[in-house]
Design a protein around this ligand. Structure first.
Ligand code: PLP
Length: 314
């Protein structure tokens, strides 16, 4: 699997006007299926699963989860079984994301919302461990201590590719930004864009994932005002702006993560947030598979977005 992802210069009239240098680290191009930060986070988890001689990986996700999609494929490639504990109804198994996951051999276990809420409780995890004794259990989103090393790889690549001032990324469960803060060790400004509402709890989560020497680093910031209404929510106007940005820059985006990062960047630039001459790197965390489910639900117009190919009939 090719790991080094390209770094591209992004040209846009607003960047020229404000004399900013914007680059994008295309982690969405790591691999056609398993792209972005989900691969970065899974890498160490797969090594750990093999180290403890697990025969499979069990993890958690919503019915359209990028993590579940990536996990199913990665496990198939690595000769591991995979089991997805999915929030919601069995009927979701036919949706875009889960059809692919089943195609790659993932077993799905659907649970109601109340049960899903217990996904981090040790009593529930013990029950699952007893039920699936040979499975290595990975939290939702792949975010745990084993996720961090893959982000350190990404930072090592990036530091070879460019000198920069700020690195920006979308933040969901906080695993990606934690790995980045940890590896960066105070060298750059790290700017996370929270894609969900009430993200304040993430500060604690991030801090708990950081290693002792980086816990005191203050070079990072979590922007909590760019969630656009909440997780996976966006307005028609937001969608228009993201599509327009993709058209100008030729960068494929989706509205849940990378699109919200771009909207935050455009708004911050318009507010004069960045100094002239500043070099900003955007981390493209992938997630394009999510467009498949959104097109299916008619939440987006499939002709305006880079919707990936449909799963094989089964
Ligand atoms: C999961 C995900 C994120 C958020 O990463 P966290 O480590 O959960 O903060 C960002 N972008 C994409 C495309 C994702 O799938």
């Amino acid at each position: 699997m090719k790991l080094l992802s390209p770094l591209e210069k992004v040209t846009h009239p607003l960047f020229t006007e404000h004399q900013l240098n914007i680059f994008i680290k295309r982690d969405d191009l790591i691999h056609p299926i398993i792209s972005g930060n989900k691969w970065r986070k899974l890498k160490g988890n797969i090594s750990q699963a093999k180290k403890v001689k697990a025969t499979g990986i069990l993890s958690f996700g919503g019915a359209y989860s990028n993590h579940i999609h990536a996990l199913a494929y990665a496990c198939q490639q690595q000769g591991l079984k995979s089991l997805g504990v999915i929030r919601g109804e069995v009927a979701y198994q036919h949706n875009y994301t889960l059809s692919w996951a089943r195609h790659w051999g993932m077993e799905l276990k659907f649970v109601d919302r109340m049960t899903y809420k217990r996904r981090d409780e040790s009593a529930y995890l013990n029950e699952l461990a007893a039920q699936y004794p040979n499975y290595f259990i990975v939290p939702e989103g792949g975010t745990n201590e084993f996720a961090l090393s893959g982000l350190a790889d990404m930072m090592a690549e990036l530091n070879q590719q460019i000198e920069f001032d700020t690195l920006m990324m979308p933040v969901g469960s906080g695993g990606t930004i934690s790995g980045i803060i940890d590896a960066d060790n105070n060298a750059h400004k790290i700017l996370g864009v929270a894609v969900l509402k009430e993200s304040e709890y993430l500060h604690k989560r991030i801090s708990s994932l950081l290693s002792q020497p980086t816990k005191s680093c203050s070079n990072w910031q979590l922007l909590s005002n760019f969630h656009r209404g909440g997780y996976a929510k966006f307005s028609i106007e937001d969608a228009k702006r993201i599509i327009e940005f993709s058209r100008i820059t030729q960068i494929p985006l989706e509205p849940v993560y990378s699109g919200k990062m771009v909207l935050a960047l455009l708004d911050l630039i318009a507010q004069g947030y960045f100094k002239k001459g500043h070099t900003i790197v955007l981390l493209h965390t992938g997630g394009i598979q999510g467009l498949g489910g959104m097109a299916e639900q008619q939440r987006i117009n499939a002709t305006q977005w880079p919707v990936p190919s449909a799963p094989p009939a089964q």
